[in-house]
Design a protein around this ligand. Structure first.
Ligand code: MN
Length: 288
């Protein structure tokens, strides 16, 4: 199943014929009270709601995806976890490029561990990316994004994939510089998730997915998740030794080689095999 959020918080199920509006299913979620619990209420209840969503799709009309604004398919993650330098060829390019390494020896995820991106940086592909510091280099990074489906702590590698609700395309937009990653990669709109969540049952092997990113039609990044240094089960196992993972938590798994600068007016096109494809527009932040 493929689930998207579009326009003013409409929930959609995506099929070959288009987007089916299944927003009425939200009424079946348990009422929210203060304080809200960690985790996204929709993702927490996805297994429960799935038969009802499928029943609604069967009877309804479809909307053309080109006519809607796609939002982040996860509305309320408790955190966005990200993997630094998780592809060897990206490490190599970072060590060759002074505008990325700023004189430092770039190591890999084994050395850095993980970092967090601010939840307030999260947008969907239809909202676009607003570049904040036009005098600095702002790079694209395309990544497989994992959406956690059930809570877990100290999850074993063997059990890891049973904690996955689904997958999406993640863009980990980054202003280059010497500051911590958590700052440089947390600017508003610098975390893009989309075009929808493809549930885990539709992705046979997250460790063997072709993916790519083009800028204005030119191919910039092209790889396969088999090149990951920490693969998806290892990332879940490792992250959960530090953090409790909650439903809706997002893990951006790292970017391959080919990162490069963005300019206002650029159009990104990203795709991941079995997951989906999306276009994202780059603009300048007003006043920046
Ligand atoms: Mn990244």
């Amino acid at each position: 199943m493929r689930l998207c959020r579009f326009n003013d918080d409409r929930l959609g199920a995506v099929t070959g014929t288009g987007i089916h509006d299944v927003t009425e299913i939200i009424k079946k979620l348990p009422p929210q009270k203060w304080p809200a619990q960690f985790g996204d209420a929709l993702i927490s209840n996805l297994d429960l709601l799935r038969p009802d969503i499928e029943a609604l799709v069967d009877g309804g009309d479809a909307i053309d995806p080109e006519t809607v604004t796609l939002r982040s398919p996860v509305a309320n993650p408790s955190k966005i976890i990200a993997a630094p330098v998780n592809y060897k060829k990206h490490q190599d390019e970072a060590n060759r490029d002074k505008e990325i390494n700023f004189g430092r020896d770039v190591k890999t995820i084994d050395h850095y561990g993980l970092f967090l991106k601010a939840n307030s940086s999260l947008v969907g592909p239809g909202e676009g990316i607003a570049l904040r510091f036009p005098d600095r280099r702002n790079d694209h990074e395309v990544e497989l994004a994992v959406i956690i489906g059930k809570p877990g702590n100290e999850i074993s590698r063997d059990d890891a994939l049973s904690h996955v609700a689904g997958y999406a395309i993640g863009l980990d937009i980054s202003v280059r510089g010497t500051e911590d990653r958590s700052l440089r990669k947390s600017i508003d709109s610098y975390s893009v998730l989309g075009p929808w969540i493809t549930t885990a049952d539709e992705v046979k092997d997250p460790g063997n997915l072709d993916f790519s990113l083009t800028v204005n039609g030119e191919i910039r990044q092209q790889s396969n998740t088999s090149e990951l240094i920490f693969d998806v089960p290892r990332l879940i196992e490792y992250a959960s030794t530090f953090y409790t993972l909650h439903p809706g938590d997002i893990i951006m798994t790292g970017t391959p080689e080919g990162v490069g600068p963005l300019q206002p007016g650029d159009i990104l096109a990203a795709r991941i095999e079995s997951v989906g494809a999306m276009n994202v527009e780059i603009r300048a932040t007003e006043g920046a």
